[in-house]
Ligand binder design. Structure first.
Ligand code: CA
Length: 703
């Protein structure tokens, strides 16, 4: 009977069961269920296919949210950053955690039903820009789908967590990683990969939900013209890269987060990452570099190009357009329109026509210095000549920086207030072009001079940088392109948002607080101390007539590992990564916080030469700072090298950086050997730089 049914579906001309598609499932979590977005469940990453993250539930509302308490919590085995939105179906909560692990809980009691560990090799971290995070799973039929950091698509049985199939889906496991949540469209699993700081060629692909076989793939940047173009879109894009050999480094444009399948248009909208390398002069790149830092739309059945809108032409600031894309029906100038709403890293909020990609309007939701404005007709930015740092030969202090005015942290759109709730970062970053830059076998391939703009060992300068780095929850009117209200925070990199029909917005923040605000006015109505910073987005569901709100706690991602002096401005303590679940009247409490156990800042005396420090600073900035922090000022996820025992002797640090002794072992550390890029002399220079840096910071009073 089931076979017959599948055969019948395949005869329908639109189902396209041949080359381009598999049959949609008819049991378990179906396309129709996901499209209907039942109010008590949360079946896909953004709750509904439009990715609005708006729940119609009102059991918890602005009148009673003060009675919200901890129903249950689950401590995770890792202190790494947590970015996932849990899904809920049929009383079971499914969540992915760091290292792409998946767990299933009884959504009412918190009892663990099963857990799955894909055993991602820890050394994968060296090719993942931004921590070992994962943003979520997909549910479809009787399966749970997760993309792993090392590039596998894994399908698990919803009931048992047993592997149904797994496949390596990235072109290679050296340059590509998966951190995003897969999405579902009519029998297909949609997922891309990250890697635009390595040697990646961006793409979005669709895989058969039953087998993992690739059904279609759309590249976001052209390959080597000598190999021929896959389609007309690639041929057109190849004219926008100047005379560079962009394909040698991949070109970037990776699809590492936002994927929105919109049944209203039968299109898949997705965001693309930066052009590679960041510094265009590093490989002679000229022009817009399509389709990087853009929204692209393709046909959901075939992957065929439909439209694109480039938000950041000639990107040289890592202004990924990978932030979540939300679809909505809005009244615009008296006309009902299907639109897409987007708040990418570059600081502008965009509204586009969903069917054609036509630009409707834009407004700056955060301060920015890289443009002098936006063309109101075309939406094209007018780039500030000073921002072209590779042309001026001078460093450029840009607001926003590579962390983005808004990154992957999900925003939400309330159908009641018409407002979009954006977790915004208000922060600057200096950019400088490296001279005579060459690609390497390992690490970032950005063409930047990180040593030139590293944080100075100067108390006033550091305090100034910290003071200028904040964050806000911004309620934005997308039609008026105007702010309605805001809540400001100590620091940037706060959590994603959930809005509900109970006139509520929920958000966790970097200060270690999970709070509820009134959606119309931004009044703080309730809060809970999470002991740990929150970056993930909350979700909500009902079981047995009670409404629950769930959120993952655990700070991390790029802001922890790479940003140096401003890394832990707000949540200045170690993670206790957990799943937290709340309901009205609950009285649960978290255990008392543990001590930090941080090694003292007690370095050997500095006896090196200034030229060693200069050379070490340069190598550190290029190969080490992305994980161990700008100017060796780390967050809390990766070791603080200023406090490390390995800087006391040349052999010590060499055993790690050249011989790779911390790569494997019972408790995998994942610190790979850098011997393809660094000589023993380089490593000794880095050691002298670290000793110098440690002594400088000790002199500034750090303990
Ligand atoms: Ca990027």
């Amino acid at each position: 009977m089931r076979l017959k049914l599948l055969a019948a579906i395949c005869l329908l001309p639109l189902a396209a069961c041949g080359k381009h598609g598999s049959a949609p499932v008819t049991e378990g979590v179906t396309d129709a269920m996901i499209a209907a977005a039942p109010e008590g469940e949360w079946l896909t990453y953004g709750r509904d296919l439009a990715e609005q993250r708006f729940s119609p539930l009102t059991l918890i509302n602005d009148a009673n949210v003060g009675q919200l308490g901890l129903a249950w919590s689950h401590d995770l085995e890792t202190a790494r950053g947590q970015e996932a939105t849990p899904l809920m179906h049929d009383g079971v909560l499914y969540v992915s955690t760091a290292w792409s692990m998946v767990k299933a809980f009884d959504a009412k009691t918190g009892a663990l039903k099963w857990e799955y560990d894909p055993k991602v090799p820890r050394e994968t971290l060296v090719r993942a820009c931004c921590d070992a995070v994962n943003r979520g799973v997909a549910l479809y039929g009787d399966k749970v789908y997760v993309g792993t950091l090392d590039g596998r698509l894994v399908a698990l049985d919803q009931k048992t967590g047993k592997v149904a199939f797994e496949k390596v889906v990235v072109p290679n496991q050296k340059d590509y990683t998966i951190t995003g949540a897969p999405r579902v469209a009519k029998g297909k699993i949609l997922i891309g990969a990250g890697g635009s700081e390595y040697k990646a060629r961006g793409y979005l692909a669709a895989y058969d939900a039953q087998t993992g076989d690739e059904l279609w793939k759309f590249h976001t940047v052209p390959g080597n013209p000598a190999d021929g173009f896959e389609n007309k879109a690639m041929e057109a894009a190849a004219k926008t890269w100047g005379n560079s050999k962009w394909w040698e480094l991949g070109g970037g444009g990776t699809v590492w987060d936002s994927i929105t399948y919109d049944p209203a248009t039968n299109l898949v909208y997705f965001g693309t990452g930066n052009a590679e390398p960041w510094n265009p002069a590093a490989n002679g790149r000229e022009g817009d570099s399509l389709y990087t830092s853009s929204i692209v739309a393709v046909d959901a059945d075939t992957g065929e190009y439909k439209w694109h809108f480039q938000e950041t032409p000639e990107d040289r600031w890592d202004f990924d357009s990978d932030a979540q894309i939300t679809a909505a029906d809005l009244d615009v100038n008296g006309q009902k329109r299907r639109v897409v709403l987007h708040a990418p890293k570059n600081g502008y909020f965009y509204m586009l026509d969903a069917k054609s990609g036509q630009f409707i309007s834009a407004g700056a939701f955060a301060p920015q210095t890289w443009t002098t404005g936006i063309d109101p007709k075309t939406g094209r930015p007018q780039i500030n000549p000073e921002a072209k740092y590779e042309k001026t030969g001078k460093p450029f202090l840009s607001v926003p920086g590579a962390g983005g005015a808004h990154s992957w942290q999900p925003m939400s759109f309330s159908q009641k207030t018409g407002l979009v709730y954006i977790p915004a970062n208000l922060a600057a970053m200096p950019y400088a072009a490296a001279k005579d830059w060459k690609p390497s076998d390992i690490g970032f391939q950005t063409g930047m001079d990180g040593a030139l703009v590293a944080a100075p060992a100067d108390k006033a300068a550091r305090e100034g940088a910290k003071a200028a780095t904040t964050g806000a929850l911004i309620a934005w009117d997308p039609v008026k392109q105007k702010e309605a209200w805001r809540v400001t925070f100590t620091g940037p990199w706060n959590g994603g948002t959930l809005s509900t029909a109970g006139n509520l917005v929920f958000q966790g923040n970097a200060d270690g607080v999970f709070a509820a605000y009134s959606a119309d006015k931004g009044a703080k109505l309730w809060s809970f101390p999470t002991q740990t910073g929150v970056i993930a987005a909350p979700m909500t569901y009902t079981v047995d007539g009670e409404q629950y709100v769930a959120v993952m706690a655990g700070w991390g991602g790029v802001w922890d590992v790479a940003t140096g002096v401003v890394a832990r401005k707000s949540a200045g303590h170690y993670n206790i990564s957990r799943l937290l679940v709340f309901k009205l009247g609950a009285k649960g409490a978290l255990p008392a916080m543990k001590d930090l156990n941080q090694l003292p800042l007690d370095p050997p005396p500095f006896t090196g030469k200034p030229e060693q420090v200069a050379a070490g600073a340069d190598k550190f900035a290029r190969y080490c700072s992305v994980c161990h922090g700008d100017a060796a000022l780390p967050g809390t996820l990766n070791p603080d090298l200023r406090r490390s025992q390995y800087i006391f002797a040349a052999e010590g640090i060499r055993s790690v950086v050249i011989d790779g002794v911390l790569m494997h072992g019972d408790n995998p550390k994942g610190m790979v050997s850098f011997k393809s890029a660094l000589s023993p002399d380089d490593v000794e220079n880095i050691r002298q730089y670290l000793i110098k840096r440690a002594n400088e910071d000790k002199a500034l009073g750090e303990k």
